[in-house]
Design a protein around this ligand. Structure first.
Ligand code: 1PR
Length: 593
C-alpha cells in the first residue's frame, strides 16, 4: 500500500516484509539487470548475477514519484523540490511499494547504523536490493548513496546493502580539511552520467562527514568524483540506478535540473556551453534575517546596531526591513548560498508558540532550494500550561518545517561552561542531543561575543590576543566574552574556550558574530575570526560588520573562514549579493555563481 503525500514517518506502520516480498503480484513482469556488477551480499567482494525477482508493471501516472522516507530527519526539502517540478509524491509504506514503484527516490538522512536498522527490520533492505538489482529507476541521495556500499565506519563498522564494493569512511581531518564537508563543491563528471548533464562546471551542495572512496572494484559505478582532502565518490550510475552524495534539492537551479533529468530520463543533452568555473569548495556568502515580532505583533525582518534593533526615534519601534518569506525568496534568486533565520527573541519566547516563525520556514522552503538554517529559542522549555518540551522537540519541529540546520545560541553557552568546568560530556545538553539524532552537520552554534580590552594577557583566565587596533585607552590585548539572551548578559567564558568546547560537544559549524561590529559596516573582526577559525576543525561562518564587497575578500584572505554572512547591507540594498560574488571572483576567491 502506498500513502499519497503522507507526512508522518511512513515506515511506522510497517511490520514485516517477507510475505510482501514473496507474494508476486499477478500483473508482474520479469526484469533483469543489464549488468553483472552487483556484489553478492552473501559473499561480499564477489560479483554475482542479479536475481530475477518479480516487480510489478508500471501502473501509475508519469507525474508520480515514490519516496522512501524512513522518518529519520528532514525530507521536506526533497518533497518541496519534487512538487516544484510538478510531481506528486507517494510514500513507501511497505516493501511491496518499493517493488511496485515506477521511480524511487531514497533521500537517506541521519546516521548509517540507525538507517540500516530500520531498513533491515522493516524488510525494506531486501526490497531495495531487489529493486536496484532489477535496474529499476532509482535515485539515492547522500546517505541514500552510502547505504548501497558494503559497510560504513560511521559508529561501526556497520554492514550496508552491499550492492557496490567499497567501504564508507570518515574524511580525514589530519589532511588539513574541515569536517564536516559543508558547502558548494565542484565535480569531476565522467562520461554517461546523464542526470549530471547540466552540472558541468557548476557547484553543488554537500553536507556530510563520511564518504565512499573510488577503487578498481567500484570504478564501473562511478559517474563523478569530488575532491575534498582526497577524491571521493560524488555520484554513481549504472543503467537506471543513480545515487548522489550531494543534495540536488539544496543545490539551487542546477540541483533541480539533476532531479528533473532523473524524473525525465529522455530529455535531450544540454547544447549550451556550461556556465561556471567550479574547481573546488567555494567560499559561501550567506544572507541572514534577524526575525522578531514588532510592536503590532507582525513578524518582521529587523536589524540591529550592536544588537539594538529599535529605531532611535521617539516611538522607539522595532526597525522593520521587510517580510521574512519575501526577502528570503529574493536572496535565493540573487544567489545567496544559504539563508539563516534567527528568531532573535527566541531566548524569552517559546518558539513553538511562535507559530508565525514555523510558517515562515514552511513557506520559504517551498521555493528556496539552498540550505536554510534557523536559530533562536532552542532549549528545553515548559509552557504556561506546564507542558515540558525538550530542545530536541523544538529542533524537530524546525526540521519538519523545512530547516536544514538549526543554530543554538544561549543554551550552547551554558553547555560549554559546564563542560569546561567538569570536563565531562553529560550527553544531555541540547547540542549533544540534537547532533546525536540529526548529525553534527545539522547543528550550528551561534556565538555572540563582545570584545573586552585588557592591559596584559594574564589579566583574565581566558584566551587573550594582541589586537590589531588598540583599545580606547591604548590596550594592546583583548579577549572575547560570550553573551546570552541576545547580548544582554555576559558570561564567564571566552569565544575561544566556547568554540573548542562546542566542537567537542558535537557542533558541526560555528556562526561567529561580534556585537562590537554588528551593523557598523566597517568590516568583520578579523582578529576574532582568525582566532576562532584557526582553533577549530569545523567550518566557521564570519558574521557582523560587512559594509562593502571588499570586506568579504578581506575576511577570506586573512582568515580561514569558510563562509561570510551579512544582513544590513543586503536588507538596505546597499550591496547586492551578486556584487559580492563578482568581487570575490575578481580577487581569485572561488564562489558559486
Ligand atoms: O540564544 O539560542 O535563543 O539564539 C538567539 C539568536 O538570535 C542568536 O543566534 C543570536 O545571535 C541572535 N540574536 C539575539 N539578539 C539579537 C539582536 O540583534 N538583538 N541577532 C540577535 C544577532 C547577529 C547577526 C547579524 C550579523 C550581521 N544577529 O546574525 O545578522 O551581525 O549583521 P550586519 O551584516 O548587519 O553587521 P538563542
Amino acid at each position: 500500500m502506498i500513502a499519497m503525500e503522507a507526512t508522518a514517518a511512513p515506515f511506522s506502520s510497517v511490520i514485516s516484509s517477507r510475505q510482501n516480498l514473496s507474494s508476486s503480484p499477478s500483473s508482474s513482469i520479469r526484469v533483469s539487470s543489464p549488468t553483472s556488477l552487483f556484489l553478492s551480499r552473501k559473499n561480499p567482494g564477489k560479483f554475482k548475477y542479479p536475481r530475477s525477482l518479480s516487480v510489478r508493471a508500471s501502473s501509475t501516472s508519469d507525474s508520480v514519484v515514490t519516496l522512501l522516507d524512513y522518518g529519520a530527519g528532514n525530507v521536506r526539502s526533497i518533497r518541496n523540490a519534487l512538487r516544484h517540478l510538478g510531481f506528486t509524491i507517494k510514500d513507501v509504506q511497505t516493501p511491496g511499494d518499493i517493488l511496485n514503484a515506477d521511480r524511487l527516490i531514497f533521500p537517506g538522512v541521519g546516521a548509517f547504523s540507525p538507517a540500516m536498522d530500520v531498513l533491515n527490520k522493516t524488510g525494506m533492505a531486501e526490497a531495495l536490493c531487489t529493486y536496484i538489482e532489477n535496474d529499476r529507476p532509482f535515485l539515492g541521495i547522500c546517505l541514500g548513496l552510502q547505504l548501497l556500499f558494503e559497510s560504513s565506519e560511521e559508529n561501526g563498522p556497520v554492514k550496508g546493502l552491499g550492492l557496490i564494493p567499497g567501504i564508507v569512511g570518515r574524511f580525514d581531518s589530519s589532511a588539513g580539511i574541515r569536517v564536516p564537508h559543508i558547502g558548494w563543491n565542484a565535480l569531476q563528471v565522467g562520461k554517461d552520467s546523464e542526470i549530471l548533464d547540466d552540472v558541468g562546471n557548476r557547484h553543488v551542495y554537500f553536507v556530510h562527514s563520511y564518504r565512499a572512496i573510488p577503487s578498481n572494484e567500484n570504478k564501473e559505478w562511478i559517474s563523478s568524483t569530488c575532491n575534498y582532502g582526497d577524491s571521493f565518490i560524488s555520484s554513481i550510475r549504472r543503467g537506471n540506478v543513480h545515487a548522489v552524495q550531494f543534495h540536488p534539492e539544496k543545490s539551487g537551479e542546477v540541483g533541480l535540473s539533476v532531479l528533473n533529468r532523473f524524473l525525465h530520463p529522455n530529455l535531450p543533452a544540454t547544447q549550451k556551453p556550461m556556465e561556471g568555473k567550479a574547481s573546488k569548495l567555494a567560499k559561501r556568502v550567506i544572507a541572514c534575517l534577524d526575525v522578531r515580532s514588532n510592536d503590532k505583533g507582525d513578524l518582521v525582518v529587523t536589524k540591529g546596531d550592536q544588537y539594538d534593533v529599535r529605531e532611535q526615534s521617539n516611538e522607539n519601534e522595532v526597525r522593520n526591513l521587510g517580510k521574512p518569506v519575501d526577502l528570503a525568496g529574493q536572496y535565493y534568486k540573487d544567489g545567496a548560498d544559504e539563508i539563516s533565520f534567527l528568531n532573535i527573541t527566541g531566548f524569552r519566547d517559546f518558539p513553538l508558540g511562535d507559530l508565525p516563525m514555523i510558517q515562515v520556514l514552511r513557506h520559504t522552503s517551498k521555493n528556496v532550494f539552498v540550505p536554510l538554517t534557523v536559530g533562536g529559542g532552542i532549549r528545553d522549555f515548559t509552557d504556561a500550561s506546564g507542558r515540558y518540551y525538550s530542545s530536541l522537540e523544538v529542533a524537530a519541529e524546525y526540521f519538519r518545517s523545512g530547516a536544514d540546520k538549526i543554530s543554538i545560541g544561549s543554551d550552547a553557552v551554558y553547555a560549554a561552561e559546564e563542560f569546561v568546568k567538569s570536563g565531562v560530556k553529560t550527553g544531555k545538553s541540547s547540542l549533544e542531543q540534537i547532533s546525536r539524532v540529526y548529525g553534527n552537520q545539522a547543528v550550528v552554534v551561534s556565538i555572540d561575543p563582545r570584545r573586552v580590552y585588557v592591559n596584559h594577557p594574564d589579566d583574565v583566565p581566558y584566551k587573550v590576543i594582541r589586537v590589531t587596533n588598540p583599545g580606547p585607552n591604548g590596550e594592546e590585548y583583548a579577549w572575547y566574552q560570550c553573551t546570552v539572551s541576545g547580548g544582554r548578559e555576559g558570561r564567564p567564558i571566552g569565544a575561544y574556550e566556547l568554540a573548542k568546547a562546542v566542537e567537542e560537544l558535537g557542533a558541526g559549524e560555528i556562526l561567529l558574530n561580534c556585537i562590537d561590529c554588528d551593523g557598523q559596516g566597517k568590516g568583520f573582526d578579523i582578529d576574532l575570526v582568525k582566532l576562532i577559525s584557526d582553533s577549530v576543525g569545523i567550518p566557521v561562518i564570519a558574521s557582523s560588520g560587512a559594509g562593502t564587497p571588499g570586506h568579504f575578500s578581506e575576511v577570506f584572505e586573512k582568515t580561514n573562514a569558510s563562509a561570510a554572512l551579512a544582513a544590513g547591507i543586503f536588507h538596505r540594498k546597499e550591496v547586492p549579493i551578486q556584487a559580492v560574488k563578482e568581487h570575490l571572483q575578481e580577487e581569485g576567491i572561488e564562489v558559486r555563481i
